[in-house]
Design a protein around this ligand. Structure first.
Ligand code: CA
Length: 228
């Protein structure tokens, strides 16, 4: 698997390259948008890690141009900002996933693996668990075809669970991924929001199988076989 890293912050680019190489990927690295666009179009990469803010052509433009050229290599966009608008811009430009800086290498590596596992022809960005669907571009969720209205925090929570379906997610991990900009979040706050989300995706659909499960002492699992 060959990965192209387009990132102007040389330290970050170098760390990403070394980390991916340890995991057995071949990695090429460039530091500006124009060179990145030329590389991405001229060589056969399995994945592109693309910074959003770049000298020359910015990441959004690089991604749009690649998609216009018919190049559908999965793109993981790095963004320094984590607002909804930035995510929408990134995903609308044709990126397949995004990661907000600062990120842990473990998370980058997990996203890279997930993108490489996807079928080569993209079927869109809608995430599905059973009959629960989540569209990160339109910011809509639905279950059995019925739209679900979510608050901003519930949306972020569900998005995180959808990306990690079937995995046990601890409260600590939810706090650091969903609430990292807020101070003094209590584990109780997480429980309250899990309760809101469960009401909307499970309790509102009594005929469907519950999807959001509590693993006492461990955390939460989104999936059809979460158990107890
Ligand atoms: Ca940058």
């Amino acid at each position: 698997m060959r990965i192209l890293v387009i990132e102007d912050e040389v330290k970050i680019a170098g760390a990403v390259k070394r980390g991916l190489e340890i995991h057995g990927y071949a990695v090429d690295m460039v530091h500006d948008g124009d060179t990145g666009y030329a590389y991405a179009g001229s060589d056969d990469y399995d994945l592109i890690v693309l910074d959003r803010m770049l000298p020359g052509m910015d990441g959004i433009t690089v991604c749009e141009k690649l998609r216009d050229d018919g190049i559908h290599t999965p793109v993981l966009m790095l963004t320094a900002r984590g607002t909804i608008g930035d995510k929408v811009d990134g995903l609308n430009s044709g990126a397949d996933d995004y990661l907000v800086k600062p990120f842990s290498f473990d998370e980058l590596s997990a996203r890279v693996r997930a993108l490489l596992r996807r079928p080569q022809v993209s079927t869109g960005t809608v995430l599905k668990v059973d009959n629960l669907e989540f569209d990160p571009i339109t910011f809509t969720a639905s279950r059995a075809g019925q739209p679900i209205k979510l608050s901003h925090k519930e949306f972020l929570l569900l998005e995180y669970f959808m990306h990690h379906a079937g995995q046990v997610i601890t409260k600590d991990s939810l706090i650091s991924h969903i609430w990292n900009e807020d101070a003094d979040i209590l584990p109780n706050t997480v429980e309250v929001y899990i309760g809101y989300l469960r009401t909307k995706i499970d309790r509102a659909f009594p005929k469907e199988k519950p999807l959001l499960h509590t693993r006492r002492g461990f955390g939460y699992v989104l999936g059809i076989t979460g158990g107890n």
